[in-house]
Design a protein around this ligand. Structure first.
Ligand code: PEP
Ligand code: MG
Length: 747
């Protein structure tokens, strides 16, 4: 082997690319490529290993090793030197392969006679497709230039793999994005859906990874980078209204976009023969491998920015983007890294499901998905790199699981489960006109939670008695400015019209905490869930509260109106908010507008403090609604959005139920109607328990009304109350086993 074996990169890349154009099979192409590379690098061996399944690499072609071992030699991810390259995404370069840590001896290949080993990952952004290896007899490490040259070659192989150049079914070499993949994320919204992937930001396809004209490619790159810099400058110049933090993010973007090191590396890549887009991808993939495993949050954040910039640059270079002209498939399931509430609303109900890599239970996207009743899975690994538009996909929102390109047996089992759920829904539809009356004759009012105009048709469909909670923040979250009083009045009027005389309990704006309005300056609060939110904002910014109250009164136009205030922690807050409502009613009357025939003013009890308020508070409320999501989070001090703790404490814990019973007793004494509108109201076991304890109104997702009603009608709430009492007397920590046993015994 000569001292330096830097390949004549340009001509090698062109020869590799030319194999693409030849009318030959995938295996033949791979064989020719290994021989071209070995020849060009003057090495004794060149081998290509590709993933057979996500855990197994297979030797798919070789020049120099025993040809018999092709398609026989396999290794697990992380196993041997090849497996190490694949796992870490970084090269392994050694002059003494058999002595290197992790070396695995594979007698069938005859490779023990080769001392030097250089393996580089065949990777696209965030995705390792295989490993390219060269080996020689001489014991020496490869030079930096040689490593770099082989990485460039590997980049071209990655693009060719992606284009399906090596697909050959007879020997099991498949195209990438072919295997079934299971993602375990978290539940954003329950429900199940089967459909086809629709990528919110489709992957850019690089059709030509090799430069035909180096100067032309470098010029294209320089122009695209300059376009990118302009884009960011434009964003910055429009940033007068932005707060400091947003500006800082953009400034960091600008610095990255002007980075000389980045530009120099890409220009060098092109110099070695890559096209401009392949050069961008190569740097993006390399940086990801280097920084992606870092535990430093700051570095990971920068990587996020860098990814974003690289993607923008790729879109500029290829002209590809969201508008690829692709048709939305049937039963589309949206797959995205993250998505804003307005964008999600734009898609609307055509979507059958949503899968996000990021997001949180309380994020705006989750709120919208919940309002649209679309199953949502969040934290779904790296699904945007794995999934392709049109891939079959199953979303199990109940368990936070996604099956991408599922096996037939998985699809069949999933369909059975969905069919059973549909069957049950059909049975529930028969109950629509019947009351939720238990065997002892007690009638529970089942109402629904809503937040969008689009929810209202469910009122008739589900058989709900009304809307127990109308969350008004969605109209604020999905706009770029505060909606006007007129806009709000028109919307609330349409909601009341659609309810057709059934009661709608409007909750005034509950923002802050996780719900930050796009035009509101984010507060730098260490603990936003306990910070400046809901009625606290309303009482400090009375203009918005008044405007909303006025819009509600105008929408009612003489009809009865119910309003409730969120997150009341002290009687004083309720009295102040109530005084505002009464004041607005007087003002409306004074200016000659029709005022509501009746005005019911209620409080949402979401903090434990309120349960211990003086009697006068309970008497002053026209009604009280338990916001169980918040109430439980503060009772157990367990963040409702934190996956680690949010399921840790049981709603049927006797301590929590004693607390709820205390509230029921206070409301009974005061004669104040009490309802429960947190998510637990829609869970049959929890709902039955609350009803047995004495809560007479439960507000839930429309889809839960059927199952809850079905169970209430079969149960005897007096008997269940007795079961709960006995369990409590037995000093158990949770009554769940006793309640479940009772319910399971019903027929
Ligand atoms: C609750 O906290 O239970 C509630 C209904 O309000 P939100 O979920 O909107 O905070
Ligand atoms: Mg709440």
């Amino acid at each position: 082997m000569p001292e330096r074996s830097v390949p004549d990169s340009r001509s090698l890349l062109r020869r590799l690319r030319d194999t693409l154009a030849e009318p030959t099979g995938g295996q033949d192409r791979l064989d020719r490529i290994t021989s071209l590379i070995a020849d060009s690098m003057h090495t004794h061996v060149c081998s290509i290993y590709l993933f057979r399944d996500p855990e197994t690499l297979e030797l798919c072609a070789t020049t120099g090793l025993n040809p018999e071992s092709v398609h026989h030699t396999r290794m697990r991810l992380g196993e041997g030197l090849v497996g190490r390259v694949a796992r870490t995404g970084t090269p392994v370069n050694t002059g003494d392969a058999p002595g290197a840590p992790g070396f695995r001896y594979m007698p069938e290949t005859g490779e023990e006679i080769y001392s030097s080993f250089l393996g580089v990952p065949i990777q696209r952004v965030g995705e390792i497709l295989g490993v390219l290896v060269v080996q020689s007899r001489e014991a020496r490490e490869f030079l930096e230039d040689e490593v770099y040259g082989l990485e460039v070659v590997a980049m071209v192989l990655a693009e060719m793999t992606e284009l399906g150049a090596f697909t050959a079914d007879h020997n099991g070499i498949g195209a990438t994005h072919r295997f079934p993949v299971l993602f375990r994320g978290a539940t954003g919204q329950e429900g199940a859906a089967e459909g086809r992937v629709w990528l919110h930001e489709p992957r850019v396809v690089v059709t030509n990874p090799v430069a035909d004209d180096i100067e032309h490619e470098q010029k294209r790159l320089v122009e695209a980078v300059s376009g990118l810099q302009h884009q960011i400058d434009d964003m910055l110049s429009g940033s007068a209204t932005m707060d400091k933090e947003q500006r800082q993010v953009l400034e960091a973007y600008r610095m990255l976009a002007h980075s000389r090191g980045w530009m120099r590396r890409m220009v060098e890549d092109i110099g070695l023969g890559l096209s401009a887009e392949a050069a961008v991808e190569k740097e993006q993939a390399t940086t990801r491998s280097k920084l992606g495993q870092s535990s430093d949050a700051y570095l990971r954040e920068r990587l996020h920015d860098f990814d974003d910039l690289s993607n923008r640059l790729l879109r500029l270079l290829t002209g590809q983007g969201r508008d690829t002209g692709a048709q939305l498939p049937e039963n589309p399931i949206l797959v995205a890294r993250n998505i804003g509430p307005a964008e999600l609303l734009d898609y609307g109900r055509v979507l059958k499901g949503v899968v996000l890599e990021e997001g949180s239970v309380g994020s705006h996207a989750a709120i919208v998905a919940r309002a649209l009743a679309i199953p949502l899975v969040i934290h779904a690994g790296r699904i945007t790199t794995e999934a392709l538009n049109g891939d079959p996909i199953l979303v199990d929102g109940d368990n936070g699981i996604v099956h991408l390109r599922p096996e037939d047996s998985v699809t069949a089992a999933f369909r059975d489960k969905m069919a059973m759920a549909a069957e049950a829904q059909k049975r529930y539809a028969d109950l629509r006109e019947l009351p939720a009356e238990d065997q002892s004759g007690k009638v529970i009012s089942l109402t629904m939670n809503a937040g969008l105009m689009a929810d209202l048709p469910s009122l008739a469909g589900s058989g709900a008695d009304g809307v127990g909670l109308f969350r008004t923040e969605l109209q604020f979250l999905t706009r770029s400015r505060v909606p006007s009083r007129g806009e709000l009045a028109a919307l609330y009027k349409r909601v009341m019209d659609a309810a057709g005389g059934k009661q709608v309990q409007f909750r005034t704006l509950d923002i802050g905490s996780d719900k930050v309005l796009p035009y509101m300056k984010p507060q730098d609060e260490p603990n936003p869930a306990m910070g400046w939110r809901a009625i606290r904002v309303g009482l400090d910014k009375r203009g918005v509260l008044r405007m909303q109250l006025q819009a509600l009164m105008r929408a009612a136009d003489g009809r009865p109106l119910s309003v409730m205030f969120p997150f009341i922690a002290t009687p004083e807050e309720f009295h102040a908010a109530r005084a505002e409502a009464l004041h607005m009613r007087d003002r409306e009357a004074k200016i000659g507008r029709r005022v509501p025939e009746t005005l019911r003013i209620g409080a949402m009890m979401e903090t434990p403090s309120l349960a211990f308020a003086p009697d006068s508070f309970f008497a002053a409320c026209d009604f009280i609604s338990l916001g169980g999501n918040d109430l439980k989070q503060f009772f157990f001090a367990a963040d409702r959005e934190n996956e680690r703790v949010r399921r840790r404490y049981d709603t049927l814990d006797t301590a929590f139920l004693s607390f709820i019973s205390g509230i029921i007793a206070r409301c009974d004494t005061a004669g104040t109607p009490l309802s429960f509108c947190g998510e637990d109201a829609g869970r049959p076991v929890e709902a039955l328990t609350f009803a047995a304890l004495g809560i007479r109104t439960l507000s839930m997702r429309p889809a839960s009304i059927g199952p809850v009603k079905h169970l209430i009608r079969r149960a005897n709430l007096d008997d269940l109350a007795q079961v709960i009492r006995e369990a409590q007397d037995a000093n158990v920590e949770t009554v769940r086993p006793a309640v479940t046993r009772y319910l399971a015994g019903l027929h």
